[in-house]
Design a protein around this ligand. Structure first.
Ligand code: DGP
Ligand code: NA
Ligand code: NA
Length: 210
């Protein structure tokens, strides 16, 4: 059974973690894995820098523009909202989405600047809820050792320490925490098992969280 079954839907799988935690390379490995098994899957990432809003975000991240903390928070959120209906269509028609960062980055990075957590969460309400949240767990000090940061606005140890603390406050028992300091192959294996189980459950028609 595949996309033709109206009960069958794709899974919304989100990867979260600090900068340099390995989300991006693990996301593309997951995509190859699912495709290799014959599943319909796509790799998405937020911020999606290809849109007009995404370009404003990109310019802010590369320090080419300065924006009020609240405003950039809302732009990141808008960037998720502008993809919401396409996201819903893909999931409904049976495509699994592996998403590199989502609302949790929004809340963790902005609350790390001192904005209130509840204020940060508000614009995210109504976006689709993930079926699975994978957190690639790494100490901020360890992350900095990984070939250095690319020089974007948030890629600084002191700030990443705050983001790490904010993620600790955010996550609940449903998140799957994966130790990002294990050998790459071991991380890959653990992620594959978690994602495959989730994909199979969604295929069987488990109702979406919202
Ligand atoms: P990436 O393209 O995954 O390297 O993300 C770019 C940077 O933006 C990274 O430091 C994480 C941060 N970021 C991602 N999403 C959000 C968000 O919604 N709000 C804020 N404030 N920062 C975010
Ligand atoms: Na980054
Ligand atoms: Na990334």
């Amino acid at each position: 059974l595949s996309g033709g079954n109206s009960e069958s839907r794709g899974a919304l799988v989100v990867l979260e973690g600090l900068d340099r935690s390995g989300k991006t390379s693990q996301s593309s490995r997951l995509l190859s894995y699912l495709e290799g098994l014959g599943h319909s899957a796509e790799l998405w990432r937020f911020p999606d820098r290809s849109t007009d809003v995404g370009q404003m975000i990109s310019s802010y991240l590369s320090n080419k523009s300065q924006l009020d903390d609240h405003m950039i928070h809302l732009l990141f959120s808008a960037n998720r909202w502008e993809k919401r209906s396409l996201m819903e269509t893909k999931l409904k028609t049976g495509t699994t989405l592996i998403v590199d960062r989502y609302s949790y980055s929004g809340v963790a990075f902005s609350s790390a600047k001192g904005l209130g957590v509840e204020w940060c969460k508000a614009p995210e309400v109504g976006l689709l809820s993930p079926d699975l949240i994978l957190y690639l767990d790494i100490q901020p000090e360890k992350a900095t050792e990984r070939g250095g940061y690319g020089g974007e606005r948030y890629e600084q140890l002191e700030f990443q320490k705050k983001v790490s603390q904010c993620y600790q406050v955010l996550h609940d028992a449903s998140w799957k925490i994966v130790d990002a300091c294990q050998p790459m192959k071991d991380i890959e294996k653990q992620l594959q098992e978690l994602v495959l189980e989730c994909v199979m459950t969604c295929q069987k028609g488990k109702p979406p969280a919202n």
